[in-house]
Design a protein around this ligand. Structure first.
Ligand code: F6R
Length: 589
């Protein structure tokens, strides 16, 4: 995944692009670059993080009011200056930034080589400017050449293209996100809204196969699949630019963890009529699937217990990437819930498409209005969590849980009761994220920071929390953390417990007796027991008190684990906002 941006307007493009790239760095951070257009096009790019490149390449010296920028997460080709974007055509007239993968690039490269083109990078991207040059050399103007070239590409991508001598940007997408910001006499185009949120809240979400021609006088949209001009409307988003800034915090991760007292409340502020209509669909449905990936999958998994407890309803929970194996069960009467923070995850999109093909209804739960998944769904609910910049899901995970819990209450005809119970969490979450609480967890992190392995157990709803806690710890601190249902450890993995092996134990009133007995089993083999529990217990070597919240336990109990993961990353010297090898939205399968 990479971040791309373009600007066309009346300000110095390089400053706008630089700000935007800083906001997009969560999407890729191994190299970056930009190209601006004044009398000629100037390109500066290299390997390194943006803050460092800003000093070294002095982007802000670059002149011009039109430009494109890129921050890279390498997929095709190593991390080198040559592979950094923007890429340009052999005649150095056409400049491209690209996010996604061109599947047929080898074939196109061969075709271009046979036509005399030379390549300077190992990327798939470089075929794009050269294909455009090829088309222009055969008489097409820039716009028509871009259309022809893009039609020849297979794969999923978003691109912004610029041509020397033309005050124009071409933006196009197929499978990868791209959104246009509409300002006063200026336009922004980026992979994600925070890149330009400081300048405008008016946005146009591009559709797959859309091709936009952006000039100072306006935007024209075409759909390349339908081969015709199309209209795209402006949405006004209610995200706040402040939410996309770190402010006094060192990292977005901790900022977003601390926002949860508020974001959980925003997640349950839903239109009651829409919730009621969704409940009706659920009641009519013969078979309900919840699909998601990573943390969103864990939210679905927790929700399956919540629906079982509150609404006496069985739902099938499935990893989106495994969903194709079960799609033959889909009928017109099936209801599929697609749960995705970004609304762009390729595996979830694929599940949505499979459901639509079978005539099933799809309801999505996402944080991004206008995202592909919301658009392909029959209806959607938004998390309203504001932008989540850290690569790890924290606030959107608890928002997903809160919203799914509210739905379960609504299904059971206890909507108001559900809302009240979830509202009451404000105080609990506020205390759990307080400085005192963070300092206490930091002490635990000090103790654990040199561990190589860690186990996490829970039963019932706490099993879902264990899965999410283990994911948080491993993805950001790189400590191997593995989660088990409390009863499972003794069926094999207990063999790994040695003197001092840390084991986190999530306890609720309902599961206390059995999970404590599982903790004792671990302790008897030398394990170091960290209890996350409403009550202290002799078996705990370290106790984190979290009040009993019944079906809302998953929402509150994950918070200390998020803080622990954060502290571990910081103490081990890693950047928690940008864990290695990870991308915020995974738009490839
Ligand atoms: C973990 C994390 C990922 C995402 C997963 C799905 O912290 O962020 O596991 O949850 O990639 O992403 P969305 O929710 O955007 O579909």
């Amino acid at each position: 995944m990479c971040g791309i941006i373009g600007y066309m307007g009346h300000r110095k493009a390089s400053s706008i692009l630089l700000k935007g790239l800083k906001h997009l760095e969560y999407r890729g951070y191994d190299s970056a670059g930009m190209a601006t257009l004044s009398s000629k096009v100037e390109v500066r790019k290299d390997v390194g993080k943006i803050a460092e490149l800003e000093k070294r390449l002095r982007f802000e010296e670059m002149e011009g009011e039109v430009g494109i920028g890129h921050t890279r997460w390498a997929t095709h080709g190593r991390v080198t200056k040559e592979n950094a974007h923007p890429h340009f055509s052999q005649n150095k007239k056409i400049y491209v930034v690209h996010n996604g993968i061109i599947e047929n690039y080898q074939e196109l490269r061969k075709f271009l080589k046979n036509n005399g083109f030379r390549f300077y990078s190992e990327t798939d991207t470089e075929v794009i400017p050269n294909l455009i040059q090829y088309e222009m050399e055969r008489g097409k103007n820039f716009e028509e050449a871009c259309k022809a070239a893009l039609k020849r590409l297979d794969g999923s991508f978003a691109v912004v293209i610029m041509h020397e001598g033309e005050e124009k940007l071409i933006a196009a997408r197929r499978g990868s996100p791209l959104v246009i910001g509409v300002g006063d006499g200026e336009y922004f185009v980026a992979s994600d809204i925070p890149a330009f949120l400081e300048f405008t809240k008016k946005v146009i979400f591009m559709y797959d196969w859309d091709f936009a021609v952006i000039t100072k006088n306006g935007i024209k949209f075409y759909n390349l699949k339908e081969d015709r001009e199309v209209e795209r409307s402006i949405d006004v988003i209610d995200w706040d630019a402040e939410q996309a800034r770190k402010g006094e915090f060192k990292h977005f991760m901790i900022k977003e963890i601390l926002e949860q007292a508020e974001t959980i409340q925003r997640a349950i502020m839903q239109d009651e009529d829409i919730v009621a209509a969704i409940v009706e669909e659920m009641k009519k449905a013969k078979g309900i699937f919840f699909v998601g990936c990573g943390s969103s999958y864990h939210a679905c998994f927790a929700a399956s217990y919540i629906f079982s407890k509150i609404a006496n309803l069985h739902v099938n929970v499935m990893l989106a990437s495994e969903f194709p194996n079960f799609k033959h069960f889909l009928t017109k009467e099936t209801l599929v819930f697609a749960v995705s923070q970004s609304g762009e995850t390729a595996d979830v999109l694929e599940a949505v498409r499979a459901a639509k093909e079978k005539g099933s209804k799809v309801i999505s739960i996402t944080n991004v209005k206008g995202s592909s998944i919301t658009r392909y769904s029959d209806s959607f609910l938004l998390l309203n969590a504001g932008p989540e910049i850290c690569v790890l899901s924290t606030k959107t995970y608890t928002s997903q849980l809160a919203l799914l819990t509210l739905l379960a209450y609504a299904y059971a005809g206890r909507y108001e009761e559900g809302r009240k119970r979830l509202k009451y969490l404000w105080n609990v979450v506020y205390n759990l994220t307080s400085r005192t609480s963070r300092e206490m967890i930091k002490k635990l992190a000090e103790k654990l920071k040199n561990e190589e392995h860690l186990f996490v157990i829970g039963r019932g709803l706490q099993y879902a929390t264990a899965l999410e806690a283990a994911l948080k710890i491993k993805e950001v601190s790189y400590i191997h953390a593995e989660a088990f249902a409390g009863g499972e450890l003794k069926h094999g993995t207990i063999a790994l417990i040695e003197d001092g092996t840390p084991c986190m134990v999530f306890v609720s009133e309902e599961t206390e007796k059995e999970i404590i007995s599982n903790a004792v089993e671990v302790k008897s083999r030398g394990g170091y027991i960290i209890g996350i529990s409403p009550k202290n217990n002799d078996v705990f070597d370290f106790w984190i008190k979290v009040p009993e919240c019944g079906v809302a336990n998953p929402i509150v109990q994950i918070i200390p684990a998020q803080i622990l993961a954060y502290q571990l990353a910081v103490l081990r010297g890693y950047d928690p906002d940008k864990p290695r090898n990870l991308a915020k939205s995974v738009t490839v399968k």
